[in-house]
Structure formats: C-alpha cells, structure tokens
Ligand binder design. Structure first.
Ligand SMILES: [Cu+2]
Length: 452
C-alpha cells in the first residue's frame, strides 16, 4: 500500500512541479515557433505515457495485491494485447519524431533572400563579420590569424575589403529579415545559442557551420556558448540586438571595414616618444614604474594590451569605480592622448623601452603560489606568465608585483572588471575567485616573481 501511495504522489508532484516550474521557455523572438511545437508534442506524449504507466502500475499493485485465496495464472503470451501495445507505442514514437523531420527540413533549407553574417568564436569571446556594400564576405582562413589580422582575412580577396569587422561581443540584426549565420571557430568547439531564437549550432574549427532565422521581436538577447570550451567557458557571453532597419544600418556604418582597419597607421615610436614625456612623470623615463607614485611598470607589456587599457581609461570603463583611487589618477592622463593614432604611437614607443624586470617587493609561499597559478592563471597568461594574445591575457612576469597584488584585489572586490563595457576584465573577476584570501594573492604573485 505505501508503494501505491508513493507512486500516485510521484505522478501528482511531478505534474504539479512541471506546471509550477519557473524554468519554462523564454518568450520566442524568431520564426522558429515550430521548434516549440515539437518540444510541446514531446512533452504531451511523454507526459501522457508517464502518467498512465505509473497510475496503471499503482492500480495493478493495488488490485492484484497478495491474497492467500488467490492464485496467479501463468499467461506468457497475449497476441491481441501485444498488437495493441505495439501499435500504440509506434504511434506515440512517430508522433514525437515526425514533426521534427518537417522542422529539420526547414532548418537546413535557408531562404534565398537571407543575408549573411559571420559569427566567430574563440576562447572566450565572440566577434562578428558583416559583408559590406557588395553583400559578399571575403575569404578568410584560420591560418592567417595574427594580432594584426584577428579575423584571418585573405588580403588578396577584393570581396573582403569592404567587410565590416566587429570586435566587440555585441552583434546587431535587423528585424523581420531572414539571416544566415555562418559560424567559425578559431580554436576549439563552441556553440552559438540564443534561447529566444530557439536554434543553435556548434562552431567547429576548420569548417563553417550555419543556422538561419528571422528575428521577429526587437530587443537585446544573450548569446551563450553552449559547448564546454575550457576554463572560462562560462564567461563566453555576447549579446544580440534586434532592431529596425534604420538603427541597424546606423550601427553597421559605425563599425570599421577591413580596408579602414588596415589603413590605421601602425604606431610611430618616434612620435610617441614626445607624448610619453607626460607619462614618464609617473611611470618613469624607461617605463620602469614608480611604487611611490603607484604607477606600474609599462615597459615589456604587450602593445595590444597597453592600447586597450588606455582606451578603457578614456571611455571610463576603467578608473571610474568609486573605489579606484589610482585609476582615477590615470584616467585624466589617458584623456591627454586625443586620438587612436596618438595612443598607437605611445604604445609603440613603450615597446622600445628596455625590458628590465621590476624589483621584487612581494613575498609569499611560492609552492602554494605555483599550485594556484599553474592550473588556472597559466592557462590564459601562459605557464611562463608572458601573456597570450589569442586569449587576450597580458604579461604578468617581471611586471610590478605590488601592482599585480592591487589589481587582483581590485578584481576580487569588483573595483575593476565590473563595468558593463569591460569584456576582458570581466573574465578576471570570475577567475580571481580561485584565490581565497590576501595571503593566496601574495603567494601567487610571489610565484609570478619566480617566472622572470
Ligand atoms: Cu565557447
């Protein structure tokens, strides 16, 4: 009897939880209502089977419970019943699978009027490429990717010159126009998924996969990577803005084409030297850093990272948090560098400064520091701490150790990395959680000090 009650309760509670669950599908924002239909059909079929089978079992246990006056009849076969069960099961399975085939036929047949947009995945961020006025994307290849050609564009393909390169995590799509998303990965398997669109697809290194959809509701939706792609998989998040054609075109025009990207003059260290005089007051004439003024060592740092930080300070992404006393001193200095060209010049000059490791000022338990560094930090900043451009992680080894300690505390307390525009700092706020307390921070920096 208790078993019968348990079974009946199981059915009632499961069905109740199903309807009470807050984790239901998010509102649909694309043409793929048919995916919802197939999910619902599967729910109804499996729900029906779940309820009837369990209640039937409960009934049978109750009805045929032990009775010393009753004997079980041995009946190994019942043709009629077997035919019925086979037919009903087949109908049930067909009802679940057949609609999916129709949806799949739609899924693989891209409408002829769909426009193309490329989505590029990498550890751990998204970027996007839109065809220019010619409507054609130029050739690109993973083997051509360098710091100066992050999309791996084929410079000889005329179709690529007007391609629009978007190296932020946010993409835009026009409302009510079918779009074919071409999916490309730079490194490992990723998966492009927007819950509101209902369709998703893996990005496979070495090939181009695709999905198509028509966005039907304006709004901003999260893009999630739904393929476990390494240590920081969970921070691989972008957004897609669905908007009317006018706003979309305005946004498109605000981005740089491949030709414009290439025309950006490489920084000129000689011009940069004159500008650097301002910086020298705090960071030192050789960019060696000055602990008394709280200004870290710059010499030896990667130039893409230096440019990014200056641009963060200029945009208020860094240096504006109420707790960021030292960033607040730096921010007005970044503002002195009026244009991107000037920033590039200064960064180029910093590259020419002698690469002499900063003095050691932080001590700690080096063994503990190593065990903290190697499995986590080393994945992005490299085992030797020299930084890895491909995952956007700067050089740590030989840099001002007291400054590293402070930045780790900043990431930990949200002083740095929490601004909505801080796509890369955001990764660190998550990673630094592996450092339990201030002692762990000192230990890991003490270990970094040994990597010079
Ligand atoms: Cu991923």
């Amino acid at each position: 009897m208790p078993f019968v009650i348990a079974l009946v309760l199981l059915v009632i509670i499961s069905v109740a939880l199903h309807f009470m669950s807050p984790w239901w599908l998010v509102p649909l924002a694309s043409n793929w209502g048919t995916i919802d239909d197939t999910i619902n059909i599967t729910f109804w079929v499996t729900g029906f089977v779940f309820i009837t089978l369990n209640l039937f079992t409960a009934y049978a246990i109750y009805k045929f419970r032990y009775n010393k006056d009753r004997r079980a009849k041995y009946e190994p076969e019942n043709k009629k019943l077997e035919i019925w069960l086979t037919v009903l099961t087949s109908i049930g399975v067909a009802a679940m699978l057949a609609p999916g085939l129709f949806v799949w036929a739609d899924f693989v047949n891209v409408p002829a009027d769909a426009h193309e947009v490329e989505v590029v995945g990498q550890q751990w961020q998204w970027s996007y490429r839109y065809p220019g006025a010619d409507g054609l994307l130029g050739a690109a290849d993973g083997s051509l990717i360098t710091a100066k050609n992050p999309f791996g564009m084929d410079a000889d393909d005329p179709n690529g010159q007007d391609d629009i390169l978007v190296s932020s995590q946010q993409m835009h799509l026009p409302l009510n126009r079918p779009v074919k998303l071409l999916l490309r990965s730079k490194d490992v398997l990723h998966d492009y998924a927007v819950a509101q669109f209902r369709v998703k697809m893996d990005l496979v290194p070495g090939s181009v996969t695709y999905i198509w959809l028509t966005p039907t509701v304006a709004g901003t939706y999260d893009i999630l990577c739904e393929e476990f792609c390494g240590l920081a998989h969970h921070v691989m998040r972008g957004t897609v803005v669905v908007e009317d054609e006018n706003s979309y075109n305005q946004w498109l025009a605000s981005n740089m084409t491949y030709a414009q990207f290439n025309a950006q003059a490489a920084g000129d260290p000689q011009l940069g030297q004159a500008m650097y005089a301002v910086c020298a007051a705090c960071h030192g004439p050789n960019g060696e850093g000055n602990v008394a003024l709280n200004a870290p060592r710059l010499a030896g740092q990667e130039d893409w990272y230096v440019r990014r930080q200056i641009s963060y300070y200029k945009q208020g992404i860094r240096g504006t948090n109420a707790g960021d006393l030292y960033g607040a001193q730096m921010a007005p200095m970044a503002a002195v560098l009026a244009s991107d060209a000037i920033v590039s010049n200064v960064a180029a000059y910093i590259q020419t400064l002698p690469d002499v490791p900063a003095p050691v000022t932080v001590t700690g338990n080096i063994d503990n520091g190593r065990s903290l560094f190697e499995p986590t930090c080393g994945v992005c900043h490299s085992e030797s701490g020299k930084g890895i451009w491909a995952v956007n992680a700067p050089k740590l080894s030989g840099m001002s150790d007291w400054y590293l300690v402070r930045q780790l505390q900043y990431f930990k307390t949200g002083v740095r990395g929490t601004h909505a525009g801080d796509e890369f700092g955001h990764q660190m706020t998550s990673m630094v959680q592996s450092l339990g307390d201030d002692q762990a921070i000192n230990d890991v920096v003490a270990y970094i000090n040994t990597l010079r």
